[in-house]
Design a protein around this ligand. Structure first.
Ligand SMILES: NC(=O)c1ccc[n+]([C@@H]2O[C@H](COP(=O)([O-])OP(=O)(O)OC[C@H]3O[C@@H](n4cnc5c(N)ncnc54)[C@H](OP(=O)(O)O)[C@@H]3O)[C@@H](O)[C@H]2O)c1
Length: 275
């Protein structure tokens, strides 16, 4: 990415904070980052921390930027987009991180012909460890795709999908996924406590085990299945636990849960885009 590229964030909340921190940590020139929000107090905090230019008028920011990142809640995105109609004649790249809102609706609200990339990051982005699914509309150039990837990769691993409908599958997997792991950590902590461990010890062991297993899966050439088989000695303790999970159809449970998230993501796309 050229350090002269100007990036404007609309919405100064958690995700914008994570992305701006990520970009600054990677050496992006903060003079080329602009930020707008309706909350002047929050803006002033961000301005003090990053020394960047802030706006309470989204249009004023938008006309000055090569890339505009929508980092507002999904419910307010239509108002934000409609407020920019007629202010994007310089054809900036528009990146939305708002959950559920479809690129076609964003483009329509902006007045049409906008280069829109819709993304689905997840909460670990706040620690620079996110996973982001991305989809581009037809107006987006190869260079703009690369640019979007460079911005989101400041806080996450980025993966493209071809069909926007697949972003609902990404939502069901990595978007909501951190909560599935939190549930497993919670359940293992409770079960460890029930077996007699001190709760704090059980929690620490659960968290560290999740972290270690994830790092192993990430760094190993073996698949998760192969790693599991390797740590499951015949007739041992792990086998006893895995068989118990499988007797209760663990895979089916996960599959049903993700289908429910997928269906809800599709519903939300209709709900938020319906005006
Ligand atoms: N947090 C996550 O982990 C996560 C993960 C994936 C995707 N996302 C998506 O990222 C987006 C941002 O999430 P977030 O957690 O950063 O939200 P957030 O902390 O609530 O930040 C949104 C900011 O936008 C401001 N805002 C509201 N209306 C505005 C307007 N018309 N113009 C400019 N700014 C306005 C809000 O101000 P007020 O508070 O005063 O309304 C708030 O400061 C959401 O769409 C969410 O779906 C978040």
């Amino acid at each position: 990415m050229q350090n002269s590229t100007t990036i404007g964030f609309i919405g100064a909340g958690n995700m914008a904070y994570a992305l701006i921190s990520g970009l600054v940590n990677k050496g992006f020139n903060v003079q080329n980052i602009k930020l707008s929000d309706t909350d002047a107090t929050l803006l002033s905090l961000r301005a003090d921390e990053f020394n960047l230019e802030v706006f309470t008028d989204n249009s004023e920011l938008a006309v000055q930027c090569d890339v505009i990142v929508f980092a507002v809640k999904p419910q307010v995105l239509s108002i934000v987009c409609k407020g920019l109609q007629g202010r994007l004649s310089h054809n900036p790249l528009v990146i939305s991180i708002a959950a559920g809102v479809r690129a076609t609706d964003i483009n329509r609200w902006l007045g049409g012909n906008a280069a829109v990339i819709r993304t689905m990051p997840n909460t670990p982005a706040l620690l620079g460890k996110g996973a982001t699914g991305m989809v581009a509309n037809e107006a987006v150039s190869k260079e703009q795709k690369k640019l979007a990837e460079q911005i989101l990769s400041a806080v996450s691993s980025c993966l493209w999908v071809e069909d926007e409908k697949m972003l609902d599958a990404v939502t069901a997997l990595s978007g909501s996924g951190p909560a599935y792991f939190f549930l497993l950590i919670e359940s293992m902590t409770k079960a460890g406590t029930a077996l007699g461990l001190d709760e704090a010890v059980a929690e620490k062991l659960s968290i560290q085990t999740a972290l270690g297993a994830s790092m192993m899966a990430n760094s190993s050439d073996d698949s998760a299945h192969e790693l599991r088989v390797k740590v499951t000695s015949p007739n041992g303790t792990t086998q006893a636990a895995i068989e118990s999970f499988q007797d209760q159809n663990f895979e089916m449970l996960v599959s049903h849960a993700m289908r429910a998230a997928f269906d809800r993501a599709r519903e939300m796309g209709v709900e938020f885009g319906d005006d």
